[in-house]
Ligand binder design. Sequence first.
Ligand code: FAD
Length: 273
Amino acid sequence: MKPVAFDYASATDAPTAFMALKDHAGSARLMAGGQSLGPMLNLRLARPALIVDVSRTAALRGVTQTADAIIYGASITHAEVEDGIVPDATPGWMADVARHIAYRAIRNRGTLGGSLAHADPAADWVNVLTALDACVELKGPTGSRTLLLEHFFMGPFTTALALDEMIEAIVVPRRDATASWGYEKFCRKVGDFSQASAAVLIDPARGQTRVLLGAIEAAPILLNNAEALISGHASVVDAVSKALPERSVEANALHVQAVVRAIAKALAAGART
Ligand SMILES: Cc1cc2nc3c(=O)[nH]c(=O)nc-3n(C[C@H](O)[C@H](O)[C@H](O)COP(=O)(O)OP(=O)(O)OC[C@H]3O[C@@H](n4cnc5c(N)ncnc54)[C@H](O)[C@@H]3O)c2cc1C
């Protein structure tokens, strides 16, 4: 199938993109890498009257470093994270995640902001950046706001973005070498979206311990009792059942295994430091 006819505009600066969204409220759609929007257009699941290309918008391509965080422009690509063209807020974890997203042609074009806005529950950045306690800076005609990703995702393919808002940047807290991390995803074959995933962050310097359940039919879930799960004092099977009460224990098996493996990876990484 082919897309319905649409107009195309390339926004070299952010005000041009805002203006286009405002003037075509509800009928304009931003396009970053086009890796999800392209198929949606072809399937006619998206029928915008206007596509606003933000892949070259200067304000969305920058990276700012502060003492506490790295702020990535929304149109930074997976490949730029993978290749170290932009600094990594973590001790290499983000680059490793990027390296295992789909395949290189997708990573060359797919962007952080596009992935978060699309909010596929199986997408790597959706889960990894939530586990890393990142937030998004959103910009709309009436101003800016910042939302933690755990509040940004409302459900599968659903976010808190208003029709005339865009993601300007993603703020990722820095993690140092005393922190440890484990990420596990199960895919049918290399390059596929995951069927189940989990991420574990142990950061004594920031006093944060997080265990995240991903690739579910919902927004990512941060499990309660993260410390007890990691120390083995709480049952992962029970925690996953509590988080996904509508599913049977058997249906949760892959997610349980993802959490168990992510914990093991984080503990092994911690033991090496
Ligand atoms: C075959 C295939 C396999 C894939 N496998 C994986 C995988 O294993 N793991 C994974 O994580 N991802 C995977 N992806 C997704 C890919 O990595 C991209 O991240 C994803 O397609 C979205 O990024 P994009 O830049 O292409 O966004 P686009 O397709 O351009 O846009 C996606 C959505 O985001 C909106 N948008 C874009 N930029 C902004 C912005 N700045 N502000 C607000 N809204 C915006 C668009 O309007 C659109 O609704 C796969 C994609 C394909 C085609």
